[in-house]
Design a protein around this ligand. Structure first.
Ligand SMILES: [Mn+2]
Length: 467
């Protein structure tokens, strides 16, 4: 089914259910229920209905019981009103985030045992790769532009760089004049990506603008504010249109670029895969047919593999493996990517590691680990910040450690803070309160001042989650 027709269908179901609850369901208990959204599956057999409940614990329990009782009636009336071919099975999904810990667990457990409610974790497990649909306006913007630059964030990781290279290749195959951009400093694990050497470097970018040959569209991959393009920002800001494809949520800050931000995706490359599949499926009349090539697949797999920490992080979901299967089927060399990204280390980066290991400092019975890298250490080992990429992962692998606080000294003397935790922890709050962003499990921010004081403040704050 056309995804946009599906979206309209979802909106129609949401509207009708809201009206039925307000007007036809006589049970006064459901008056506290709000329908936040509806997602119909592709064959229209199941509709997931996202609800929240206003009021105290009592109202919540009563409303959920009322809703459960009205389910059969709602399904029947919905089919009548919308003239649906088949009656979708309504699954009410309770938005736990609104009122966690208010004593509704018992009823939720009971409903969930009957398959009538699905919790957030279950919902994530059920998401399929095909349920991630690129927004139509993003595909239209790509189809409508002639010259397109695909840009990774500054200090790119394999997800940002691989996504940029793959999307640029696909756009070229679709008949666009498209280039991936890269930065001056060579990023860790990216130089071996197919096509990296051909990406436009900052000098080529500046020269293109000087010759009035800049693009008419910029696509930001793995980030969503142009500030994250470092020295390129003033140039890229001149381009008429900028869109994003990203999987990071950040709480505050300016509005993101238009485009596609989908946090359930374990990597931006997984979203780029869906965009490429969308371009391949929706080719315009007379446009060349495009297919996922082995080089695109290798670049995308590099992003998928590294952003899941080699399929170790909590963001590793069934849809991550669906993407892996498609990419390896298309020719991605999984063993080679693993070797070159997460496994291989240079002698210089090991010398740097030896110095950083000396800074390891355990707090709260070894549950919080702080570490630090200074400009002086980088200079002494002839390394760059890119060589520290895997140290956070190494620190979080130490037994007993639940939180990692990694301080990296920048050239301007400020500190880049990388935070990491396990599936139960949250470091996004600490980062976003300092103007940063990321995910609950991995987040970052920038701070100034004395590193000891900064580390102590973060340790005290994160320790509140240790219980
Ligand atoms: Mn990413």
């Amino acid at each position: 089914m056309d995804p946009y027709k599906l979206q309209r269908q979802n909106a129609a179901i949401r509207k009708v259910l809201g009206e039925l609850l307000a007007v036809e369901v006589k049970d006064p208990r459901v008056g506290f229920v709000t329908i936040n959204g509806v997602e119909l599956n592709r064959d229209q057999t199941v509709a997931e209905v996202f609800v929240s409940v206003l009021g105290g614990e009592r109202e919540r329990k009563d409303s959920l019981a009322g809703l459960k009782k009205a389910r059969g009636f709602l399904q029947g009336r919905l089919s009548d009103v919308l003239r649906l071919r088949a009656t979708p099975d309504l699954r009410f999904i309770y938005d736990e985030s609104l009122d966690q810990g208010l004593g509704v667990e018992t009823i939720l457990d009971e409903l969930s045992a009957r398959g009538e409610f699905v919790d957030e974790a279950e919902r994530r497990r059920r998401r399929t790769l095909d349920s991630l649909e690129p927004p139509r306006d993003l595909l239209a913007a790509l189809a409508g532009a002639e010259r397109i630059w695909v840009v990774p964030h500054v200090n790119p990781d394999p997800d940002a760089m691989g996504s940029a290279l793959a999307l640029a290749e696909a756009l070229r195959a679709a008949g666009r004049e498209a280039e991936a951009l890269r930065y001056a400093e060579p990023p860790a694990g990216c130089e071996s990506l197919p096509g990296y050497a051909d990406a436009l470097d900052p000098d080529a970018v500046a020269a293109a603008f000087a010759d009035d040959e800049g693009p008419d569209l910029v696509v930001a991959v793995d980030f969503h504010h142009l500030e994250r393009t470092g020295d390129l920002e003033p140039l890229l800001a001149r381009v008429g249109a900028a869109w994003c494809i990203d999987h990071h949520l950040d709480g505050n800050g300016p509005a993101p670029l238009p485009g596609w931000i989908e946090p359930v995706a374990s990597s931006a490359s997984l979203l780029v895969l869906r965009v490429i599949e969308g371009l391949a499926a929706g080719g315009q009349e007379g446009a060349p047919a495009i297919a996922l090539t082995a080089t695109m697949a290798t670049n995308l797999y590099a992003g998928l593999y590294t952003d899941t920490g080699g399929f170790r992080f909590p963001n590793t979901l069934p849809l991550s493996f669906e993407a892996a299967a498609r990419l390896v089927s298309a020719g991605a060399d999984a063993a080679d990517v693993a070797e070159r990204t997460l496994h291989e280390r240079s002698p210089a980066s090991l010398a740097l590691l030896a110095r950083v290991l000396d800074t390891f400092d355990y707090h709260h019975g070894g549950r919080i680990l702080t570490l630090r890298v200074t400009r002086e250490m980088l200079a002494a080992t002839a390394t760059t910040m890119a060589d520290t990429e895997q140290f956070t992962g190494l620190a979080s692998a130490v037994s007993g450690v639940r939180f990692v606080v990694f301080l990296k000294e920048r050239e301007d003397g400020a500190w880049r803070v990388s935070l990491r935790t396990d599936a139960a922890g949250d470091v996004h709050t600490a980062a976003s309160q300092r103007g940063g962003g990321g995910h609950r499990q991995a987040a970052g921010c920038t701070a100034t001042g004395d590193p000891e004081t900064l580390a102590a403040a973060l340790v005290a704050e994160l320790a509140l989650q240790l219980g």
